[in-house]
Design a protein around this ligand. Structure first.
Ligand code: SF4
Length: 207
């Protein structure tokens, strides 16, 4: 997995604070006021910590790149257009979002939905790593290249890694297209078909 650079004091501070949180609620409480990334902290409305199932261990985790405008406004993960498409594809694939943890690599919306900077990913990594430790999902679906790189390394090429599970720290990690790519390329585009195929394959492993 991605490790925060040792020289980045802010990343180290996030990692230390996150590691000390004993449970999900405590982690969410210390993450919400986070200002480790000055630009994001100044422009966001909410730190989008993520959603977890009402009780017990998630059957799987969905991990995207970063919140968009709707997520920033509501404080909830994957509730905008991408989230709505994701919900439809989860149903088609036979997966239940209520059984999933829904998370992002970066918890604050980058201005204009730009790709998060490496320093922002590094700083936010402490939160995600502790979330995965606490929730312990046996299966992770990494949505989009930023998330795929977080789990599988910075040289990851999505086309080369998708379509199968990768063992990462004892979890089965599936890397696939982000639903925003499925929207951008349209209903007959490769990303939508690939995302549905991968979610269906994940559902098969959980059956
Ligand atoms: S993106 Fe993550 S590390 Fe940066 S300010 Fe937001 S919560 Fe903190």
């Amino acid at each position: 997995m991605t490790r925060p650079p040792r020289f980045d004091a802010a990343a180290e501070e996030v990692a230390r604070t996150a590691a000390a949180a004993p449970d999900w609620e405590a982690l969410a409480a210390v993450a919400r006021p986070c200002v480790a990334c000055p630009e994001l902290a100044a422009t966001r409305q909410h730190v989008v910590v993520g959603d977890v199932p009402a009780g017990g261990r998630p059957r799987f985790a969905l991990v995207g790149e970063a919140p968009g405008a709707s997520e920033d406004e509501t404080g909830r993960a994957f509730v905008g257009k991408s989230g709505q498409l994701l919900d439809r594809l989860l149903v088609e694939a036979g997966l239940d979002r209520a059984e999933a943890a829904v998370l992002n690599v970066v918890k604050c919306r980058p201005p204009g939905n730009r790709t998060p900077k490496a320093s922002e990913v590094a700083r936010c990594s402490g939160w995600l790593r502790r979330q995965l430790d606490l929730l312990d999902p046996p299966v992770v679906v990494a949505l989009g290249l930023s998330s795929a790189k977080w789990f599988l390394g910075p040289r990851t090429v999505l086309a080369e890694v998708r379509g199968r599970a990768h063992d990462v720290d004892g979890r089965a990690v599936w890397a696939t297209y982000h639903p925003s790519a499925a929207i951008r390329f349209g209903p007959k585009g490769t990303p939508r078909a690939g995302l549905l195929a991968d979610l269906t394959a994940v559902a098969g492993t959980l059956a």
